[in-house]
Write a protein that binds this ligand. Structure first.
Ligand code: SF4
Ligand code: FE
Length: 482
């Protein structure tokens, strides 16, 4: 693996020459930008062996292509155990960072495309699978971060891609050349886009015959000609510019989403993995979504572990850890969090092989997993705020604590338990503020609703896969109905 440490990863990003905009200005040095760096630090943890005893086994795998040691983020799942380890790895990294570490979208994209390109080649006589394997070998050897980009901007949600007032509202092929294709469009809310070396584009929905130009999948370097990134805002994000880490709450780590604009980007054929096979596009969407819905049963659970810890600390620092209702609320937080984990593990353990050899999660259970993720983190955050108290959103700033005229008052009046320094209590409450209403809430709450598809998308899949007729048959047999 060429990039083999967090430091080497950060340095590798410096070599990219990208067009990035933030707060209306072009960013020449994203690596050291205080609003971007925390998200880069979270991504860098995927390169960090760390000190957890299980880290080596979880973060790394053996390549089925070369036999070499690779990052699990570039691995194709070979059995249910690989799927379970993926979830365990995500929980581990969620615990380290308390945020979205962003690298899973590329992993889920590769695994979805791996089986679909195989099946596409069988049905259409194309050669996408070998191309994808060749590209994957390169990604594994270099140990690159690849952004899996699926969600189009979509325009009028009531209209199909080809019916939009502007044909570019879904990424599509605008020119086919002897040496490759030219694409145009934009992908929205792209997790970790600015921290990625490459972008792996997939279609956003099942396309129809007249939408063949929209059935396109390809990979490009993040600094390819014609690509522009615009970083999305998050609540309280400019606190990172104030030089007051206390007020940021989780100062080292953060998450990131960006809009990626493809303005006539050229892609050579060897990096094209679908081009016009509209009947394959729905499969890519369903499988990618299933893998990413599984993912949330790991990453958000790791963040949940930290939040349970924050609830316990806040209770302790404020002298209420013995109150029975507080103990019960923390038990409820644990119960909700472990329920999410159970779903992540269940859909993994029941994974099945696809004809390509790559294992796919149990799709029904993966959708149940993510549906629960659209709810339980909100209840966990509610209970955490309940335990922490209103001070979470009324605390003075770090600068107030540094002002000698008022600091003694703050020390005196914001103290909780007598044996706990005031600043310890404030640090925990600032962290809770970040995680429930600040930047951290973007990753823990809003992403839990909309990441990997909004709630209704899972309900459609749950209904479709549930085999209702079978359940009706069960009753009929028991009560002797025709
Ligand atoms: Fe990974 Fe979770 Fe972030 Fe998705 S939301 S990229 S699964 S950490
Ligand atoms: Fe996500």
């Amino acid at each position: 693996m060429k990039i083999d440490s967090p430091e080497a990863y950060v340095e590798s990003l410096r070599a990219l020459e990208r067009r990035i905009y933030l707060l209306g200005e072009r960013v020449e040095n994203p690596v050291d930008h205080p609003m971007i760096r925390p998200s880069m630090n979270a991504m860098a943890e995927t390169y960090n062996r760390g000190d957890e005893p299980e880290a080596e086994e979880l973060l790394f795998a053996s390549s089925h292509l070369t036999g070499g040691r690779i990052s699990r983020f570039t691995h194709i799942h070979q059995n249910p155990d690989d799927l379970v380890k993926k979830v365990l790895m995500q929980r581990l990294l969620g615990r380290r960072t308390a945020t979205c570490f962003q690298r899973c979208v590329g992993m889920d994209g590769f695994n979805a495309l791996y089986s679909v390109t195989y099946e596409c080649d069988q049905e259409h006589g194309t050669e996408y699978h070998e191309r994808l394997k060749e590209y994957l070998r390169f990604v594994q050897e270099e140990n690159l971060v690849v952004d899996g980009a699926m969600t189009d901007v979509k325009g009028d949600r009531g209209l199909r891609p080809a019916e939009q007032h502007d044909p570019d509202l879904f990424v599509h092929v605008v020119e086919r050349r002897a040496d490759g294709i030219v694409v145009r469009g934009a992908k929205a809310h792209q997790t970790g886009a600015l921290n990625s070396h490459h972008i792996l584009v997939m279609p956003t929905t099942a396309m129809r015959k007249e939408e063949a130009d929209y059935a396109v999948s390809f990979a490009v370097p993040a600094d390819a000609e014609g690509i522009t990134f615009v970083l999305g805002r998050q609540p309280s994000d400019t606190r990172k510019l104030e030089g007051s880490p206390l007020d940021v709450g989780n100062p080292k780590y953060g998450s990131q989403e960006a809009l990626i604009i493809f303005d006539d980007v050229f892609v050579p054929w060897e990096r094209v993995f679908m081009c016009g096979e509209y009947d394959q596009s729905g499969k890519v969407v369903e499988r990618f979504a299933a893998y990413h819905r599984q993912s949330y049963g790991g990453c958000k659970v790791g963040v949940g572990d930290v939040l349970v810890g924050a609830a316990q600390l806040a209770a302790l620092y404020q002298g209420v850890e013995g109150a029975s209702h507080v103990r019960d609320k923390i038990t409820e937080m644990i119960h909700l969090n472990e329920t999410l984990f159970s779903c992540g593990i269940a859909c993994s353990a029941r994974g099945v092989p696809t004809p390509s050899g790559c294992y796919l999660v149990d799709v029904l259970l993966a959708n149940v997993c993510k549906q629960n993720v659209t709810r339980f983190p909100f209840e966990i955050a509610r209970l955490l705020q309940d335990i922490a108290g209103g001070l979470v959103v009324t605390m003075p700033s770090q600068k107030d604590f540094e002002n000698p005229e008022i600091a003694p008052y703050l020390e005196k009046y914001l103290r909780g338990s007598a044996d706990i320094p005031t600043m310890d209590r404030i640090k925990v409450l600032k962290f809770i503020e970040n995680m429930t209403v600040g930047c951290g809430a973007a990753a823990y709450l809003t992403e839990s609703i909309h990441g990997a598809g909004s709630p209704q998308a899972q309900r459609i899949m749950i209904r479709r896969l549930a085999d209702l007729e079978d359940k009706v048959r069960l009753v009929k047999r028991l009560v002797d109905l025709d």
